[in-house]
Design a protein around this ligand. Structure first.
Ligand code: IMP
Length: 243
């Protein structure tokens, strides 16, 4: 049986990252647009995990609906479909976990990231080096072919710098300092970042969960719900509490 993973994003970087991780030749990865199933639900969850699952669930529901109507423009013969989605953000300890799930919306969706970072650095002017700890957190949510829901988390630890350095990456990367590299995450290469990033970790964890599911042929919804809940409570410690 072939496997099709539809990743609920329009971001080409995320699709590239997931394709780089998957080595199984029987698993294809498509973006929402490539699969012709675009959904844009309100991400009104109170945690990264909830928001990741909201998106995955919305796309899975749309696929079910289109299948029932006969309007799904995908060849699903001998194919099982899994929907995955991610939600991520920056959690800063000295700011009580801000901007957290509001990272993209912080000071306005369309506001330039240099301005967002400058404002954060201003707020943290008097925060000493040892208290400038922060992490990028990513949740990857999935609806497997049997309808079961799963969510996993990944984090990348760092420190909020006192300036903006580097041109790689995106968003808050230029002021996110990685002590073990002596550089910000905008100064390391895309390959280096994928190997250590919150999203890379969460994606690899989800793909490993998916491999286990495929091998076991598991279908028990109750057990899957339990794994979602366990993962969510594990994050309370790992991911800060701005959720
Ligand atoms: P989303 O998960 O695509 O909604 O992204 C959430 C927001 O978190 C992004 O718009 C960025 O502001 C921030 N963010 C998440 N991951 C990263 C990263 O790896 N580098 C920089 N900013 C990030």
């Amino acid at each position: 049986m072939k496997q099709l993973i539809i990743f609920a994003t329009g971001n080409k970087g995320k699709i590239r990252e997931i394709r780089d991780i998957i080595t199984d030749p029987d698993t294809e990865v498509l973006s929402m647009r490539e699969a012709g199933v675009e959904a844009d639900p309100d991400e009104n969850g109170t945690s990264f995990e909830e928001n990741a699952l909201i998106k995955a669930r919305a796309v899975a529901d749309l696929i079910r609906k289109k299948k029932a109507e006969g309007t799904l423009s995908l060849d699903t013969e001998n194919t099982q479909i899994t929907v995955m989605s991610d939600d991520s953000g920056l959690v800063i300890d000295a700011l009580g976990g801000e901007p957290g799930i509001y990272s993209a919306r912080y000071l306005g969706y369309d506001t330039d990231y240099n301005y967002k970072m400058e404002q954060i650095m201003k707020r943290m002017e008097n925060v000493p080096d040892e208290k400038r700890t922060a992490r990028f957190v990513a949740a990857v949510g999935a609806v497997f072919p049997d309808g079961s829901e799963h969510v996993v988390l990944g984090a990348m630890e760092g420190v909020i710098a006192r300036g903006i350095f580097g041109l790689n990456g995106f968003g808050y990367d230029p002021f996110f300092y990685l002590p073990e590299y002596g550089k910000t995450s905008a100064e390391i290469t895309e390959e280096e970042k994928n190997a250590i990033s919150h999203r890379g970790k969460a994606l690899r964890a989800m793909l490993s969960l998916f491999d286990t599911w495929k091998q076991s042929g598991a279908t028990a919804k109750d057990a899957d719900t339990a794994s979602v809940l366990n993962s969510a409570s594990a994050c309370a410690e790992a991911c800060g509490d701005n959720k």
